[in-house]
Design a protein. Structure first.
Ligand code: OOG
Ligand code: MG
Length: 253
C-alpha cells in the first residue's frame, strides 16, 4: 500500500507538539498500517527522550464505543512525559481539545504476554490505582476512523494516577465517578470495562504478545474508560472516585 507512514507519523507528532489539529487520513489508511504509524510516532518521541512506561487500552466499554462511533478494542503506548502528578495542574494550552476519562490502572509485578487467563492476569498485578486518562485527538473536531485513532497513539495525551494499592480486593462491580468542581459529570461501574477490568489486562497481554512483545514487570496498563469522556475547560477541578479503591484529582490551568 502506498501510504507514507513516516510522513503521517511526523504530521501527528507535530500536531501534538504544536497543539494544532490535522485532517484525518480516512480511507487511505488501514488498521495494520495505522499501527505502523503509531510505532513510527513513538520512535520519534523516544528519540527526543521520552521513555515507555506501559500500555493503554481504548474502547473497552460500550459507553466509549457509542460516544466515538467505533466498535473495536485499540491500544496505545504510555510514556513518562504523559504523567501528571495526583493533585497537580494540567496546562490546557498544551492540548487541542482535551477530554478526561475515569479509568483503573494496573502495575505489573510479573511478565505477562500472549494468551493468559483472568487468574494469571490477576496474579501478575503488583498494584492497582484509580486513574484518569486525558485524551486529545490530534484530528480536527475529535473525529476519526478506527485506523486514524490508532495512528494517533489512540488519542492518549496525559495520565493522572492515584495512590497505588497492593491490598486490593474485588475490582469488578466497583462504582466509579468523574467529578468536575465537586459535581458528578459521569458515573459508571468498573464492570463496564469488558465485563471485568481484569479482562482488559488479559487483552493487553494478548495484544502485546501479538506484537512480538509482552508486558514487563513495572509496566502500567490503563484498562480503558468506564464511562464516556468529558471535555475539559480551564479552571475546573477534576476528580475520579472508585469505591473501595480510592480517588485522584487534578486541576486544569
Ligand atoms: C480514543 C481513546 C479511547 C478509552 O479509554 O476508551 C480510550 C478516543 O476516544 O479518542 O482511551
Ligand atoms: Mg482511555
Amino acid at each position: 500500500m502506498n501510504f507514507d507512514v513516516m510522513a503521517a507519523a511526523g504530521a501527528l507528532d507535530r500536531a501534538a507538539c504544536e497543539a494544532r489539529a490535522v485532517p484525518q487520513f480516512g480511507e487511505a489508511l488501514d488498521l495494520d498500517t495505522a499501527y505502523r504509524v503509531q510505532k513510527a510516532l513513538m520512535a520519534r518521541r523516544y528519540a527526543r527522550g521520552e521513555r515507555r512506561v506501559g500500555m493503554k487500552l481504548g474502547f473497552t466499554s460500550k459507553a466509549k464505543m457509542i460516544q466515538m462511533g467505533v466498535d473495536d478494542l485499540i491500544w496505545g503506548t504510555l510514556t513518562d512525559a504523559m504523567l501528571v502528578a495526583d493533585g497537580g495542574t494540567l496546562e490546557m494550552a498544551r492540548f487541542i481539545h482535551p477530554r478526561v476519562e475515569p479509568e483503573i490502572v494496573f502495575r505489573l509485578g510479573r511478565r505477562l504476554g500472549g494468551l493468559v487467563t483472568v487468574d494469571e492476569a490477576r496474579a501478575a498485578i503488583e498494584a492497582v490505582a484509580p486513574a484518569m486518562e486525558i485524551i486529545d485527538s490530534r484530528y480536527a473536531a475529535f473525529k476519526f476512523s478506527l485506523a486514524d485513532v490508532v495512528a494517533d497513539n489512540s488519542s492518549s495525551a496525559a495520565l493522572v494516577i492515584g495512590a497505588w494499592r497492593t491490598d486490593f480486593g474485588d475490582l469488578n462491580h466497583m462504582p466509579m465517578r468523574l467529578l468536575f468542581d465537586g459535581a458528578v459529570v459521569q458515573a459508571g461501574s468498573s464492570e463496564a470495562i469488558l465485563g471485568d477490568p481484569l479482562e482488559a489486562l488479559v487483552a493487553a497481554a494478548r495484544l502485546a504478545g501479538a506484537n512480538g512483545g509482552a508486558l514487563e514487570p513495572g509496566d502500567i496498563v490503563l484498562a480503558g474508560a468506564a464511562t464516556a469522556a468529558e471535555a475539559l475547560r480551564p479552571g475546573v477541578a477534576v476528580r475520579v472516585e472508585a469505591d473501595g479503591l480510592g480517588a485522584a484529582g487534578f486541576s486544569v490551568g
